[in-house]
Design a protein around this ligand. Structure first.
Ligand SMILES: *[C@@H]1O[C@H](CO)[C@@H](O)[C@H](O)[C@H]1NC(C)=O
Ligand SMILES: *[C@@H]1O[C@H](CO)[C@@H](O)[C@H](O)[C@H]1NC(C)=O
Length: 563
């Protein structure tokens, strides 16, 4: 780590909290709710779901060789979280590993509550033999997401699991209830341990090509999904891998796309679907073929060689197992993938978490007040392979940025330590934090000058993917934007030597991680934090620090709530 740390510059902001207001509000919540942990985050009208998770190492054999996996309650992948819009999730995570650990929640927006985001910029790691209780609400969300371990290279050992948020009972869903609701967590996999992979990256080298693809923690035909002929099933498919885009196919069947990271889509039919790193899609598959077993094939995309693994779709009554080779998919064709991405559109008349939120505002009618252009690069810094955004390669600080911000601890980071536009200057290490104003509406252009596919995720938000195309983005590129019916999602791909543009309403105060979902790139610096700031310092805009927050680094020994 190391690198030059900038000096502290909070010149534009005043973070003084009014002690009288805070004390009064604090007493109010203590008295009214009687519970310090749940106050004031959770909404008492909505159900609470309690989870106790024990994180341990355990032996797994996903590719036939024994590996040390990260298990949650003995499971790999971890247990699935089933929730309904607005539920409160209380998840007490006990760290049974011999090293610090954190879980983050991909796609869960943590409204006003980046305290629960579970990345190193917002949370102190859970030390070995200790626990931390995440308290969060899946406010105004539906859809398919996943959780994963965010520290070190733990994701290469497991520790991930699915999250599904169902619509509330009275909210119409734009398709009949499926006969079954399955989750496919797929991703590339290495036989090397997470610590070996981390060592490779720490010593300045790139990861090798992965050894295989896993579906729900298993290799070739390791999963069977049982279906009845004539019925329709929902498959929620996420790419939880480390380095590769995936393509998914159902032998002899088509997929009807219905949901993308919380947006109900126009229900197009696909024979194969690209799922880039960190992305999730829901499709409906109707078992409308003769009774037998069929392959579900998942392949690496844009690679040579192509890695493939399969699961089995087993029709009830079938006595014929899968036969022959699984259906092939596209390999290196970029245009095909780009066209497919553009075909994914929002169903403007379908409801989301509320009956008709589209009526209240439309993204295409708002003028962005700021354009941020982010270019990824792969510089060598101090003789080591790094990855960077606008020439800044992120290095973590000794104190979570959110925590340092709250206690006004100087010198941990400074706002404005990453430029809004590519500089093309030589790359450097920095704890990079970009400042932004609460309620601004911004345009972000991801510009990829490299020849590999990128995948970008923004915590705390869902954004509108207004355009993507080859070449260099210019203001004229806006003429091609879809300002009518693109989907809102939280992870977007950028094709080689191409750009992708998003619109985002900064309606969530907090410290939010903007990162590559390629885990080697993320680990080696292709990320930063977006500090969305409200000068009001009001609990209406942002929850106060949780009373159970772990404190570390330069915040060790502080008290979580001033009184
Ligand atoms: C650890 O778990 C206990 C219950 O076993 C709970 O009371 C406590 O709040 C948890 N610690 C944190 C930091 O959340
Ligand atoms: C959009 O949603 C509506 C309302 O649920 C549904 O009736 C319609 O079929 C959907 N349209 C498409 C093209 O998927």
């Amino acid at each position: 780590m190391g690198g030059q740390r900038g000096h502290f510059l909070y010149s534009t902001v005043s973070t003084s909290y009014d002690p009288c207001v805070m004390a009064a509000a604090f007493l109010f919540y203590c008295c009214v709710t009687g519970s310090l942990l749940s106050a004031p985050f959770a909404n008492a009208e909505n159900p609470y779901r309690f989870f106790t998770w024990r994180v341990t190492y355990g032996d797994i054999w996903p590719l036939g060789v024994k590996q040390q996996g990260i298990l949650i309650n003995g499971q790999f992948p971890g247990p699935q979280i089933e929730a309904v819009t607005n539920d409160n999730l209380i998840i007490n995570v006990f760290n049974g590993l011999s090293e610090p650990f954190l879980i983050s929640w991909n796609g869960i927006q943590q409204r006003r509550n980046s305290w629960q985001d579970g990345v190193l910029g917002t949370n102190c790691p859970i030390p070995p033999s200790r626990n931390f209780t995440y308290v969060m609400q899946v406010k105004d969300q539906i859809g398919s997401y996943y959780y994963f371990p965010s520290l070190a290279f733990h994701k290469a050992a497991g520790g991930f699991g699915g999250i599904r948020i169902l619509s509330r009972p009275m909210i119409p869903v734009p398709f009949p209830p499926p006969a079954g609701d399955f989750t496919i967590l797929a991703g590339d996999w290495f036989k090397a341990s997470h610590s070996t992979l981390e060592y490779i990256l720490d010593s300045g080298r790139n990861l090798p090509f992965p050894d295989g693809i896993l579906i729900n923690g298993r290799g070739w035909n390791g999963n069977t999904f049982a279906v009845d002929q004539g019925r329709t099933y929902r498959f929620r498919m996420c790419n939880v891998g480390l380095t590769q885009s995936l393509n998914i196919r159902f032998e002899g069947h088509t997929m009807k796309l219905v949901e993308v990271e919380g947006s109900h889509t126009i229900q197009n039919i696909y024979y194969s679907l690209d799922v880039h790193l960190g992305q999730c899609y829901s499709v409906l598959v109707t078992a409308d073929q003769p009774v037998r077993d069929y392959y579900i094939a998942v392949s690496s995309r844009f690679t040579s060689p192509v890695l493939t693994t399969t699961a089995v779709m087993h029709y009830t009554g079938s006595v014929v197992g899968v036969r022959g080779v699984p259906p092939g998919g596209p390999t290196i064709q970029i245009d095909y993938s780009l066209n497919q991405a553009r075909s994914i559109r929002w169903n403007l008349t379908a409801s989301g978490p509320r009956p008709n939120p589209q009526g209240s505002y439309h993204y295409g009618l708002i003028k962005a007040s700021r354009t941020i252009r982010l270019a990824n690069s792969a510089p060598v810094i101090n003789g080591k392979q790094r990855y960077a955004v606008n020439s800044v390669s992120f290095v973590p600080a000794d104190t979570p940025l959110k925590v340092a911000d709250f206690y006004q601890i100087q010198g941990v980071f400074y706002v404005g330590s990453i430029p809004d536009n590519p500089t093309f200057g030589s790359a450097y290490l920095q704890t990079s934090v970009m400042g932004a104003n609460f309620r601004d509406f911004v345009e972000i252009v991801f510009q990829n000058y490299e020849d590999t596919v990128q995948s970008w995720h923004i915590d705390g938000y869902s954004f509108f993917v207004v355009g993507m195309d080859g070449g260099q983005w210019t203001p004229a590129s806006r003429q091609s934007y879809n300002l009518r019916d693109t989907v809102a999602r939280c992870t977007v791909q950028v094709y080689p030597k191409s750009w992708s543009a998003i619109y985002m309403a900064l309606d969530n105060v907090g410290m939010w991680n903007v990162r590559s979902e390629n885990w080697a790139r993320q680990y080696l610096g292709q990320q930063f934090y977006l500090r969305v700031y409200s000068p009001a310092n009001s609990w209406r805009d942002e929850n106060p620090i949780p009373r159970n927050a772990l404190l570390c680094g330069r915040a060790s020994g502080r008290r979580t709530r001033p009184l």
